[in-house]
Structure formats: structure tokens, C-alpha cells
Design a protein around this ligand. Structure first.
Ligand code: CA
Length: 246
């Protein structure tokens, strides 16, 4: 089953093989169980500013940069694009509220997965739409040795955020790999779309209210129902990739 998914994938992309040399890993909702807090912070900031929103919509915007999300909200609620000043001030306020919420925890299974990637010698690059230092600064503590210096793409490093492929293309450049040598791990449809469009073999993980079918529709090659399951199945995935007979 997995081997046929892999061989179909390779043929569809006109790759000659898959070489799992690098892992490109999303942060919010993948490494950290942070999406509930993000949605809460967005809702409170919007309420303060008279922007009418639903909590659910923020799970669909997940992966976008703050400025991208604010622009969508302003277009819908005010009928115009957000100004640069609004993007800065509203995102700053959202970040302040996020920091006041109870601390988020690493996603169960995330450390097992990233330790495994490290053990087998895959290069690891963080690829996040976030620019929030409150989480970025915790990575070394929660995932020691997983992301070494410079091995990150954040909102500050790209001009076009997810779902545009730029963040994952940058991730591949940093890792020094081609698309057929990269595995991306993502929990949100826009992030999956970004990674899949960049040509990475994209693993979707269900960690919140977004259904597996939405991750598949966005381009996930395989989908796991939790990060724990992803960590358990990852050795099999690597083995099948390395032994794939086309
Ligand atoms: Ca995410």
C-alpha cells in the first residue's frame, strides 16, 4: 500500500527516486500544540479592533504570515487591503495576547520524531510562517540539537508566506537538497500546499480540527492521525523510500 503510494508519487513527479536526506518541519500545530492559543489570541485582538471573525477561520489561515492573515481580515471586514502600519501594530497586539495565555506544550510525539530524524542523519530545517520569538526561542530547549544555527525559515526570511512554495523552497536551499530529497511535515492545508507545490514529499499530520481529507486535498502524500503515529510510522516510511523498486 505504502510502496504503491510512493511509486505513484515518484512517477507523477517524474523523479527517478526518493532520497530522504532532509526533513523540513513546520512549527505551530506540528512541533507545538499552539494552535488553540493562536486562534484565541487572534480572536481577542480582532474583538478589540472591531473585526468580526470566527475562531474556526484561524485554523484555515494557519501557516500564513501574520501580515497575510491581517490583510484577509481587513479585506473582508473593511473592504480594503491592510496598511503596513496595521500589519505591524495588529500583529504586535496579537503577539502580546498570545504571550499572556497559558504556555503551549510540545506536541506529543514531536520530540520522538525529530530525535529519530537526527539519529538517522537527516538534515533538519524548521519552516514556519511564525515570527513569534516566544516559541522560536524555546526550540533549543524543547528539541535540543534538532535545529542547529541557521537551519530555520521564519516569516522574516520570505517575501511570500505559505501557501506560496517560497518558504519550502528556501528550506530546501538551506538544507542543500532537491525536492526529491526532502520530506516535509505539516498539519495545516496551506502549509501542505506550500510544501507540496515546492515538490517535497509532504507528510500531513492531523493535530487539530482540520480533517485528513483537507490535508489530502491540499497535496499531502501520506497523512497520519497524530504526531505520535507519525513518529511510529516514520522508520517504515524511510525504509520504503530507500528500498523503492520502480
Ligand atoms: Ca502549522
Amino acid at each position: 500500500m505504502l510502496s504503491s503510494i510512493l511509486s505513484d508519487y515518484v512517477k507523477r513527479h517524474r523523479y527517478t527516486r526518493l532520497q530522504p536526506l532532509a526533513a523540513l518541519i513546520d512549527m505551530d500545530g506540528t512541533l507545538y500544540d499552539s494552535m488553540g492559543n493562536h486562534a484565541e489570541a487572534w480572536c481577542r485582538m480582532c474583538e478589540e479592533n472591531g473585526l468580526s471573525v470566527t475562531r474556526e477561520e484561524f485554523f484555515l489561515y494557519e501557516g500564513m504570515t501574520g501580515a497575510g492573515t491581517i490583510d484577509i481580515l481587513m479585506q473582508r471586514c473593511r473592504g480594503r487591503h491592510a496598511t503596513e502600519e496595521e500589519c505591524i501594530s495588529l500583529y504586535r497586539r496579537k503577539t502580546e495576547i498570545f504571550k499572556e495565555l497559558p504556555p503551549v506544550r510540545p506536541m506529543p510525539g514531536a520530540k520522538d520524531l525529530t530525535d529519530l530524524m537526527k539519529t538517522v542523519g537527516m538534515r533538519r530545517v524548521l519552516v514556519t510562517g511564525s515570527g513569534q520569538n516566544s516559541l522560536l526561542n524555546r526550540l533549543d530547549e524543547d528539541f535540543p540539537g534538532v535545529f542547529t544555527d541557521g537551519m530555520r525559515v521564519t516569516s522574516r526570511d520570505v517575501t511570500r508566506g505559505k501557501p506560496h512554495p517560497e518558504p519550502y523552497i528556501r528550506g530546501m536551499q538551506i538544507a542543500g537538497v532537491t525536492p526529491s530529497q526532502a520530506i516535509a511535515v505539516e498539519n495545516a492545508p496551506l502549509g501542505v500546499k506550500s510544501a507540496a507545490t515546492a515538490g517535497a514529499f509532504t507528510v500531513g499530520v492531523v493535530t487539530g480540527p482540520v480533517a485528513r481529507t483537507e490535508l489530502e486535498a491540499a497535496g499531502a502524500a501520506v497523512v497520519y492521525d497524530s504526531m505520535t503515529e507519525c513518529a511510529e510510522e516514520f522508520p517504515t516510511l524511510l525504509y520504503e523510500m530507500l528500498t523503492l523498486n520502480l
